[in-house]
Design a protein around this ligand. Structure first.
Ligand SMILES: Cc1ncc(COP(=O)(O)O)c(C=O)c1O
Length: 394
């Protein structure tokens, strides 16, 4: 079908670059190419026993039906306990909406809060989907860039971008792609700014338990006088490696916002998968040993990756404090990250994601959720492929 048959919206929304690289790596692997995939966004861990058990039990009951639109009572109860444990915040069912992934929770928020032309602020580097999601909701993405050589914006840089059209600030910490955590002072000031200016502050906390070296993420509730402005988004995808369940949630004291998000969901997907909700509730209420296991494996993989990257001259990387991504500056080899990622895929058979997709060219996102062997092999191949390239000064 030619493009003129498509909506203007469809013509302006791009593909997800990360999903694209995954599909490409999968296709090349299928052709028999020995691809090392360091572009992924999901832990290789198998599902927790409790989650798998819940799916089996539900399937055996042969009762697989529509469920309450904003989440089953069991899963909402598990989310409420999670919120109390990790944020010290008491929430009721009307403060929670369970969605098909954190992604849908974010999208529901944007549909419920953003009017045509409203500005939604987020710092670069950002998760690839933010700009397109904001545009889909009719909003204007406003990207705040940190000073040269830095991967975290300062409070001054962020607050300078606030206008009377700003509807929401969207923060992801620890951050995909940099793996860095915003400091306490920064979070405190942003919470206060959002309250003073009546702006929503959405914390995309999908990686908040996957943090290293004893670090923790600042809790925004600790600095809030009026938590109606605060929305916390989370999910089971990264925490338990349950990406295939498609279960995430948003929590806010602002029950009319949650209710509006619920209406968006009810009129689009009706409800979440009944099977997935049962599995997510079981993962949240079962043994949490798997989370610590995953966290410490990722910390180890991070150290392996850092040691390997150090062997490549002219590459600058800040040690990730969480997540399973590193965002290294390869600009001396090629400031065009798209071209460099393509070169590495063709010459080294290594898949990584170009920084351009995260709003920062010159960088490559290298994941460390793959196996240790893949990380070592992949980075060594990258090193060998780069030896053939001239160094660009500057
Ligand atoms: C920062 C960030 N937010 C949200 C998501 C979406 O997570 P989910 O699988 O729960 O939709 C991802 C997934 O990669 C992510 O990296």
């Amino acid at each position: 079908m030619s493009d003129f048959m498509l909506s203007r919206r469809a013509q302006t929304i791009g593909d997800s670059p990360t999903l694209k690289i995954n599909a490409l790596a999968r296709a090349l692997k299928k052709e028999g190419k020995p691809i090392v995939h360091l572009g992924g966004g999901e832990p290789v861990f198998p599902a927790p026993q409790a989650a798998a058990g819940a799916i089996i039990a539900k399937a055996r009951s042969r009762q697989i039906k529509y469920s309450p639109s904003s989440g089953t009572p069991e899963l909402k109860d598990a989310v409420a306990k999670y919120t109390l444990t990790h944020y010290g915040q008491q929430v009721r069912p009307e403060n929670i909406i369970v969605s098909s992934g954190a992604k849908q929770a974010l999208f529901n928020f944007l549909l419920a809060a953003v009017n045509e032309g409203d500005e939604v602020l987020f710092p670069a580097p950002y998760w690839v989907s933010y700009p397109e999601m904001v545009k889909l909701a009719g909003g204007k993405p406003v990207i705040v860039r940190p000073a040269q050589g830095r991967l975290l914006v300062s409070f001054e840089e962020l607050s300078a971008a606030v206008t009377d059209k700003t509807k929401a600030i969207l923060l992801n910490s620890p951050n995909n792609p940099s793996g860095l955590i915003f400091e306490v002072d920064f979070i405190k000031q942003v919470v206060q700014l959002a309250e003073q200016k009546h702006i929503f502050l959405v914390m995309d906390d999908i990686y908040h338990q996957l943090v290293f070296d004893g670090k923790t993420c600042p809790n925004p509730y600790a600095y809030s006088q009026n938590a109606d402005h605060l929305v916390i988004v989370n999910g089971v995808s990264k925490l338990y490696g349950l990406t295939g369940l498609r279960i995430g949630w948003a929590v806010s004291q602002n029950s009319s916002l949650i209710s509006a998000m619920g209406r968006m969901q009810a009129q689009s997907t009706s409800c979440n998968s009944d099977l997935s909700e049962a599995a997510a509730a079981a993962a949240l209420t079962g043994s949490q040993h798997c989370v610590e296991e995953l966290r410490s494996l990722l910390q180890h993989n991070r150290d392996v990756l850092m040691a390997e990257l150090e062997q490549i001259p002219h590459v600058c990387v800040q040690k990730p404090q969480g997540t399973f991504y590193s965002f290294a500056d390869f600009g001396h080899y090629n400031p065009d990250s798209q071209a460099l990622a393509q070169y590495l895929l063709e010459k080294a058979l290594v898949a990584v994601v170009p920084g351009q997709a995260f709003g920062m060219d010159g960088h490559l996102r290298i994941s460390f959720c793959a196996s240790e062997d893949s990380i070592v092999e992949g980075v060594r191949r990258i090193k060998r492929a780069l030896e053939n390239l001239p160094i660009k000064e500057g």
